[in-house]
Structures are given as structure tokens and as C-alpha cells.
Design a protein around this ligand. Structure first.
Ligand code: LRH
Ligand code: MN
Length: 424
């Protein structure tokens, strides 16, 4: 299904007067408005190929209907998202859930929809049919050399698929770990992982990156071999300049100060990018900004400050991606809401009065520092995000437009109610 541009313009026309009034209000005392608008327009968030169907838990999965049955239909759905918000112009594939059998055709379809391919993700946390060696006890960290070798070859194969699609990064998340004390020699497991990643690293094309994602628990519940940012950074530093640490917001123990981790990884030039989502308890993979939008703002505040300090280009110098799972929401609506929440947090961070904050920090004026920060957080920047979408040819309110255009109803007519997408 494709969304016609004229239909979006018709909907925008109905909302324009109200939008203009709100935009004038938020813009009138924003000295750096043009800079904010150009940065917002340039900012895109990649869509994970594994999150275009309904997610589930071990207790059940409740399909919403019209789910994509193939990689081609997943690319079409990302095309719909990008047509509505003009902020999701790339898709990240997970191998083998989304093997591009005919890469040139897949690339052509994506290009036709204004899309390109972000990082490719390997998968050594599941056993595939007729796989020679099982990953039951792990993959790259395992004592068994044959299993490590199989996992290394899989990652090298994933890079090959990525090269065919002009992707520029291999994203590695390892579920490797242990469920009981005594099960694992931690140092041996870490060393095996390092040597295995080094073998993969040597096969990376010159302009490629290796992103190392950490996670404290699940599916292992006693130890995870790459369990926190320290272990990921240790590996990235030992591997080399192409390796860096990927931050999945849901991969932190309760009350972890994620924005502090982000600021230090940026300072070290070892922040690969993000898997954005939200959570209240564990790796809940909920809609971005649905539980803790203030934390998301604080993370973007560190990102803007840290990236400007290094002269980095916000939109392109690190990887921006969603990693969520939709158990009760329409997958496309959930992803549209997540991209909105990310752009709102980014816009709030862009309007922080940084020089005033700096002098408050210099004077240890703690109260004033908070006032300055929360002035930005409590500013309704949604008209700025809507204006950026409008200027880029998108919808003023992507979720309203999605519903108004009855996209899901049409997808169900086209694909049926019972279709199941590959992924989590
Ligand atoms: C692990 C994870 C990882 C993916 C998977 C789909 O929890 O965040 O990024 O490979 O989800
Ligand atoms: Mn993730």
C-alpha cells in the first residue's frame, strides 16, 4: 500500500490554521529557530524490520491483522511510515529473519520509496532449522570451538548481505551468558567473545562499523557475557576504531543513569548509536517516551551537548534506531508514536539555553540549572516537529493521518487478518 501525497496535503490543510497559531506561539521567543528546524528536518530514525508485526510474550501473541508477509511488504510499510512522518528513511534488517534473496530488487524497491538500509543485525541467539551446532549454551563465548566458528561465519555472512544493500554497520547483540553460578568461566567467556569478534572485525569493509550491544539479563538470568556498557566498551576498545557501543534503552538495570553513560561514551568517541524504546521494569520494548519521557529528554540533552562538543553532525554521525515490540498496539501506529517522541525530545534538547546552563553550572547554581533545563522540557515543541514534517512533505499529525487514511484497514483487505511477520 502506498500513501498518496495529495491525501496528506488535504489532511494538513484542515489542520493548518490551528498549527500556525501554535507554531507562532512557540516560535516567538526562540532565537535559534532556523537552526532547530533544519536539524529537525534532517533527523531520521531507522525502523527495525522485526517490529512491523505484532510482538508477543511467552504468555501469548494477539495478531492485529494485515501484517507484512515478506521483506518486500515490510519495506512497503516503512515506506508508509516515512511518507507520513518524513523521518524514517531507513530500515534495519535482522538476519536470517529478513534475508534479501534478490538484493538488487530489494534495493530498488527501497530506493523507489526513498529508503536505504541502516545497520544489519546478526542472530546467534536462536537455532535455525538444520543448523549444525546449537546455540543453547551460547555462541561467540562458548567453550566449543565449532560453535564459535559457526557463529563467526554467520556474522561474516550478515556483513556480505549488508554490503549488497549498501549498509555500513554490523550490529551484534549476543544473548550469551549463564543461568547458574559455576556454569561459566567469565574470563574465558569474555576472551572467547573477544577473539571471535576480532575474527569478524578483520572482515569488515574499510568504511564499515561494528556496533556492540549490551544487555544485563534475558534470556540468561545469572550472567550475560556482554552485560553492561563497561564490558561492551572494553571489547570495542580492544577491537579497534571501527567498533563502538550500542545503547538499547531497555538494557539497563532499574534506576541506571543512562544519560551519564551516553555522555561518557560520546566523550570517548565510542557511542555507536541507539535502540530506542521505553520500559518500566525489564526489557519491555514499549513505545519510546511512553513511560519516562523526561529520561529521554535528559539523554538528548547529553547527546546535543556532547555531539556539539565534538563537532559531530547530529543526523548522521551515530545510529538512530527504534527497537520495540508491539503486543497490543498497531505496529505502524506504535512506530509513528515512537519517532514523534524521539523528535520531541531532540527538539526540547535543541532549545535548552546552553550558555545560561553552563554559567549556572559554573556558579554551582543548582536551582537555576534545573530551571533552565526544565524550561526546555516543559516547552510544547510539538508544533516544531509538525512544521519539520510539513516542510519535508509529511503529515502534520502522522498518527491522525494514518488513521484517517485507513491504512490498516486497507492492509487487512490486501493481506488478510491472519498473516504473521517474521521477527520477535
Ligand atoms: C535484544 C535486542 C537486540 C535484538 C533483539 C531483537 O533484546 O534488543 O537488539 O537483536 O532485541
Ligand atoms: Mn536492541
Amino acid at each position: 500500500m502506498q500513501v498518496e501525497k495529495y491525501k496528506i496535503e488535504e489532511l494538513n490543510h484542515q489542520e493548518l490554521a490551528e498549527h500556525k497559531r501554535k507554531l507562532d506561539f512557540v516560535s516567538h521567543n526562540l532565537p535559534w529557530l532556523d537552526d532547530v528546524m533544519s536539524k529537525l528536518q534532517a533527523f531520521n530514525v531507522a525502523i527495525p524490520s522485526w517490529a512491523l508485526g505484532t510482538g508477543g510474550t511467552r504468555f501469548g501473541r494477539f495478531s492485529g491483522g494485515g501484517e507484512p508477509r515478506s521483506l518486500e511488504e515490510k519495506i512497503e510499510d516503512v515506506g508508509v511510515i516515512n511518507a507520513l512522518n518524513k523521518s524514517s528513511n531507513s530500515i534495519s534488517l535482522h538476519i536470517p529473519w529478513d534475508i534479501p534473496d534478490n538484493a538488487p530488487a530489494i534495493k530498488a524497491l527501497a530506493a523507489q520509496l526513498g529508503l536505504h538500509f541502516d545497520a544489519v543485525n546478526s542472530n546467534t541467539f536462536q537455532d535455525q532449522p538444520n543448523q549444525k551446532h546449537s546455540y543453547k549454551f551460547g555462541s561467540l563465548h562458548l567453550v566449543d570451538n565449532a560453535v564459535r566458528k559457526q557463529a563467526i561465519e554467520h556474522n561474516i555472512e550478515v556483513i556480505k548481505y549488508g554490503v549488497q544493500l549498501d549498509s555500513k554497520a554490523l550490529s551484534v547483540w549476543l544473548s550469551d551468558g549463564s543461568n547458574f553460578p559455576g556454569q561459566l568461566n567469565f574470563r574465558q567467556a569474555f576472551q572467547n567473545t573477544l577473539e571471535s569478534l576480532q575474527e569478524i572485525y578483520t572482515t569488515l569493509p574499510d568504511d564499515w562499523k561494528m556496533w556492540i550491544e549490551y544487555k544485563p539479563f534475558e534470556p540468561n538470568f545469572y550472567s550475560t557475557t556482554i552485560g553492561d556498557w563497561g564490558q561492551s566498551l572494553l571489547l570495542a576498545n580492544k577491537l579497534g576504531a571501527k567498533a563502538s557501543t550500542l545503547v538499547d534503552l531497555g538494557h539497563h538495570l532499574p534506576n541506571t543513569n543512562i544519560e551519564q553513560i551516553v555522555s561518557l561514551l560520546l566523550m570517548e568517541g565510542k557511542l555507536a548509536g541507539f535502540h530506542f524504546n521505553d520500559s518500566k521494569y525489564g526489557d519491555d520494548d514499549l513505545t519510546v517516551g511512553s513511560i519516562n519521557p523526561y529520561q529521554l529528554f535528559l539523554i538528548f540533552n547529553e547527546l546535543v551537548e556532547g555531539m556539539d562538543a565534538r563537532g559531530m553532525t547530529h543526523a548522521t554521525d551515530i545510529g538512530w534506531m527504534i527497537d520495540a515490540s508491539h503486543n497490543v498496539k498497531d505496529p505502524i501506529e506504535d512506530l509513528l508514536q515512537s519517532v514523534q517522541a524521539i523528535k520531541i525530545a531532540y527538539a526540547q534538547a535543541l532549545i535548552v539555553d546552553k550558555s545560561a546552563l553552563k554559567s549556572a553550572q559554573q556558579n554551582n547554581d543548582v536551582t537555576l540549572a534545573q530551571e533552565i533545563l526544565q524550561q526546555a522540557y516543559r516547552t510544547d515543541v510539538r508544533p516544531l516537529v509538525a512544521q519539520a514534517s510539513l516542510l519535508s512533505g509529511g503529515a502534520l499529525s502522522p498518527v491522525n493521518a494514518y488513521r484517517n487514511l485507513q491504512v490498516r484497514e486497507n492492509l487487512i483487505k490486501e493481506r488478510g487478518l491472519k498473516t504473521v511477520a517474521t521477527g520477535l
